[in-house]
Design a protein around this ligand. Structure first.
Ligand SMILES: *Cc1c(COP(=O)(O)O)cnc(C)c1O
Length: 382
């Protein structure tokens, strides 16, 4: 018998060209302030795209920033010899062995990590990024403790170089309150690091695109590289010149003609107020499509054969319903774009930004990208 070949039509396509183009866009943003180095952030398995799938598109970055050792090892196994940063540093003392073995740079955000480093036996001193808590109050040394931590680190034989790092909590927020928060954190960072040697890393995607001159020598770009607007809906990917790095497509597997008053899906939450044509799509929340989209009375946007329509009623585990009433040429087998390009093979085809789907589901693009589940097959377009 032939090998089993899964024929369910859902597919995630990764666009290497889009990753390259988005990386170039991030670089362009930093040019006004003298060409920062760019970390491509590949935590959460490259925001759900797959570390192995994005490596080709992002290998033009200056380094890769990871959450854990699995991602760091994956990027080394693909042959990357440049900088790799652990964004939260070591989670225990033994992680430092791996930092030595894989030649990783790592964040130091707490006193325990300095203790582990001081006890670490190595002939190769490590480069570390000392993290300041400049106001987000998640990780990092308080401003009053920062200098002491810096002095302690620079005195360690295990340390080759100390750089400075902090993270903005409100870089995506263009309101007066958001602007004030960034300005405050920037000022805290300036005071804490004043007179201390070392390169600086501040900006995420939003800060880099919006405030390159406050983003430091090393920017940490995540979501922009994957083709979402970090500050949606204030700005869109078109405004920023970004392109979707992932297209999620499937097909219509059933068509139903329904009369006025008929209900669609679990809970009968959608009732037709006119005769309708409904398409059932092979994509559900078990693929990572947001079930919350079904709670939105206007549904979530989708493209069917490149034409825009919307979901109807609740999202099922393996299926969702879309409105085909005004799309008479669409039917069984029609291609459905959940986000990304109408035709994943054609990057000039219409785009449904993931930001719009996320907004309809009451969340952000980041969560949708990360949520794509392992049962969805991936293909990389070079
Ligand atoms: C995730 C992360 C980033 C990247 O954020 P984006 O908004 O996706 O650009 C940068 N820095 C740190 C510390 C992060 O955890």
């Amino acid at each position: 018998m032939a090998d089993l070949n899964n024929s369910r039509p859902i597919l995630a396509t990764i666009h290497s060209d889009a990753l390259r183009s988005n990386l170039a866009r991030v670089r362009l943003a930093t040019q006004t302030s003298g060409d920062a180095l760019v970390w491509a952030v590949i935590k959460a398995n490259a925001y759900g795209h797959g570390v192995g799938h994005v490596f080709e598109g992002l290998r033009g970055a200056d380094g890769f920033a990871c959450l854990d050792l699995t991602e760091a090892q994956a990027i080394r196994n693909m042959g990357w010899r440049g900088p790799v940063l652990l964004l939260e540093g070591a989670f225990n003392a033994r992680d430092l062995e791996w930092c030595s073995r894989l030649n990783l740079w790592h964040v130091i955000h707490t006193e325990q990590q300095i203790d582990w480093l001081a006890a670490h036996k190595t002939n190769e001193p490590q480069r570390v990024f000392l993290k300041l808590n400049s106001g987000m109050n998640r990780l990092g040394f308080a401003p009053a403790q920062y200098r002491a931590a810096y002095v302690r680190l620079t005195a360690l034989p295990q340390v080759a170089e100390v750089s400075h790092l902090t993270h903005f909590s409100d870089a995506d927020n263009a309101s007066a309150q958001g602007e004030a928060a960034v300005a405050r954190q920037w000022q805290v960072f300036q005071s804490a690091t004043e007179g201390l040697d070392g390169e600086c890393s501040l900006g995420n995607s939003a800060a880099t695109l919006r405030k390159a001159n406050q983003s430091g020598d090393w920017v940490r770009a995540g979501v922009a590289l994957y083709g979402a607007a970090p500050d949606y809906p204030t700005k869109t990917i078109d405004d920023w010149g970004l392109q979707p790095a992932m297209t999620l497509t499937s097909q219509i597997v059933s068509v139903q003609d329904i009369a006025t008053g008929s209900a669609v899906g679990y809970g009968s939450t959608y009732i037709a107020d006119h005769p309708m044509r409904i398409g059932t799509v092979a994509c559900g929340y078990a693929d990572g499509y947001p079930r919350h989209a079904g709670g939105n009375p206007s549904g979530a946007p989708v493209l069917v054969d490149g034409q825009r329509t919307r979901t109807l009623g609740r999202i099922s585990m393996d299926m969702l319903a879309v409105d085909l009433t005004s799309l008479p040429n669409c039917g069984f087998g029609s291609r459905v774009t959940l986000w990304g390009h109408a035709d994943p093979q054609d990057r000039k085809s219409a785009v449904l930004p993931i930001d719009q789907v996320a907004a309809a589901a009451g969340t952000i693009s980041y969560e949708l990208m990360c949520a794509v589940t392992p049962r969805v097959p991936f293909v990389v377009m070079e």
